[in-house]
Design a binder for this molecule. Structure first.
Ligand SMILES: C[S@@+](CC[C@H](N)C(=O)[O-])C[C@H]1O[C@@H](n2cnc3c(N)ncnc32)[C@H](O)[C@@H]1O
Length: 518
């Protein structure tokens, strides 16, 4: 890296990017007009910068480019009445149980600027000299210095400095100049940054492919490895493991004696293996409202051997019962076959741009077997109240990334109070999450979302895991049904009466319901 590259603008230093233009001395390279934060709100500094100064605010460059392109396409649409707008889903929480400153801005002709007039270091002198020769445009009223890795801007004022109303920026001339710029260099830098972030993700590769246009998913999105619990959210820390199971118990799969395994205490029994006495015991427990199925035979959730080893068994795929995996407190050992999702993603994924206005999507680069675990859905865990506030703030027309942890809604926590909708936490994958947040909806999906708990006593915080529900060839888009509520509710039950939440579904499936509820 050159010494020049070590100095960058930080997001906290600037109010925003006002406009862009082609670098006057480097054709094909873009430059961006920054409005700096300043105590001088009448004359906040403005200065032009190339991408080499903006690596710390590439996400803001991305936002600026996106807004610019949106504005351009809107004005093009106004000229072409037959053009069709893109369809974005209206935001809706999904069930898993189913500056402007006032005043005048000063312009300093570059030839009149005194780069180190404010005591700048040698670095500032060097930089300002470059800046003077780099541009012939005059919108530049900042004295710049390079200090401690940062570029510092201070207003340049004086009688020789012409003024400009900052409320009227960008000017028409600036907009006209901006419209002529290709922005390919910025889009390439953004994509390169995104790909390098994907390379740092743990597990098999996650790649990125866009052969449709030059868009890259938001750089403001943060990849995380675990839930981020936000205000008002608590996770049960008392994890009880199974104490009667051992690593080697005959079938050598860990907890094969499902009647004994404490982790499977609330797992659904295997009715086919139950004798009359056990069935009577189960019926009595149901009448008492006792959720424990200890002593009763259960179906092991995962195949332990064969070509579908580690895949979710058909019974679970069909019945959608919660999966209870063993945990770190168990005596069954780390190789217990009742541990799968907790070992993380084992398949390579690709985020790609869809061809039909559904934004980005997700595919797996290897064949998937029916029942094979793909990845979990990650995000911020927020309260239902916070989720409602986020929905209201984002407004209609925004993509939805909210999934409610409501699998145990209606169950009793303490024998008296049932879990209500408003008690349930919500996972928001919009700002933070994993690759699976790119999975689109399909009315005939090839993936299902299942609840996976490692702590049978925590009814509020557990994993949402994606499993293939059919064999999926490598490269086929992975989709799940956003309305596949485990509580049996049908699409019509969840529609607003006025149908406002109906958004056209573009899944293209033969049995498409025609709309997407998001
Ligand atoms: C969880 S995100 C999926 C990733 C999203 N495509 C992206 O680019 O970030 C859900 C959003 O994707 C879009 N989407 C997903 N499936 C769709 C479908 N079948 N038809 C139309 N839009 C869809 C909607 O905007 C929806 O709100």
């Amino acid at each position: 890296m050159t010494s020049r590259g070590r100095y960058t603008v930080q997001a906290s230093q600037i109010q925003g990017i006002i406009s862009h233009r082609e670098n006057p001395s480097e054709p094909q390279k873009s430059q961006y007009l920054l409005r700096w934060r300043s105590e001088d709100s009448i004359h906040p500094p403005l200065s032009w910068h190339g991408l080499e100064d903006l690596s710390g605010v590439l996400h803001l460059v991305q936002q600026h480019v996106a807004h610019h392109k949106q504005r351009l396409s809107q004005s093009n649409r106004a000229l072409a009445p037959l053009a069709v707008g893109s369809v974005l889903g209206q935001k809706r929480k999904l069930s898993t149980s189913s500056h402007d400153n006032h005043g005048h801005q000063l312009l300093t002709p570059q030839s009149e600027r005194s780069p180190n007039s404010r005591g700048g270091s040698e670095a500032s002198f060097t930089f300002a000299q470059e800046a003077v020769s780099a541009s012939e445009q005059t919108v530049f009223n900042a004295n710049l210095r390079r200090m401690e890795g940062l570029i510092i801007a201070e207003p340049a004022t004086g009688p020789e400095v012409p003024s400009l109303d900052v409320r009227k920026l960008p000017t028409k001339d600036m907009l006209d100049a901006a419209n002529k710029v290709d922005l390919r260099d910025a889009e390439l830098a953004i994509q390169t940054r995104y790909i390098s972030r994907l390379r740092k993700l743990p597990g098999p590769p996650v790649t990125f492919c866009n052969d449709i246009d030059r868009e890259t998913p938001s750089l403001s999105f943060k990849f995380i490895a675990d839930y981020v619990l936000q205000e008002g959210v608590t996770k049960h820390d008392l994890i009880m493991g199974c104490k009667k199971c051992r690593p080697n118990m005959g079938a050598n799969r860990g907890c094969e004696y499902t009647k004994k395994c404490d982790c499977l205490e609330f797992a659904v029994p295997d009715f086919e293996k139950m004798d009359d006495a056990q069935r009577a015991e189960y019926d009595a427990l149901q009448i008492d409202g006792d959720p424990s199925t200890l002593h009763l035979p259960k179906r092991f959730p995962y195949h332990s051997t064969g070509s579908r080893a580690h895949c979710l068994v058909d019974f679970y795929l069909r019945e959608r019962h919660p999966i209870y995996e063993c945990n770190a407190s168990c005596l069954c050992g780390p190789k217990c076959k009742n541990r799968n999702v907790q070992h993380g993603r084992k398949v390579p994924l690709e985020i790609f741009k869809t061809r039909d206005n559904r934004g980005f999507g997700l595919r797996c680069l290897t064949d998937l077997r029916r029942g094979q675990f793909i990845d979990i859905y990650l995000g911020e865990v927020i309260t239902d109240e916070a989720a409602t506030a986020r929905e209201a703030a984002s407004g209609p027309g925004k993509a939805s990334y909210l999934f409610s942890l409501d699998k145990f809604k209606g169950d009793s926590v303490d024998g008296i109070n049932d879990i209500k909708d408003e008690d349930c936490y919500v996972v928001d994958g919009q700002f933070m999450g994993g690759p699976s947040r790119f999975m689109n909806h399909c009315c005939q999906p090839n993936v299902q979302m299942h609840t996976v708990s490692y702590n049978k006593y925590d009814f509020f915080c557990y994993d949402l895991a994606f499993f293939a529900c059919e064999d999926v060839p490598a490269g086929k888009e992975l989709t799940f049904d956003y309305m596949d509520a485990d509580d049996g509710s049908k699409p019509d039950d969840v529609m607003d009466e006025d149908g406002k939440t109906k958004v056209p579904c573009l899944c293209g499936a033969e049995m498409c319901r025609g709309f997407l509820w998001t």
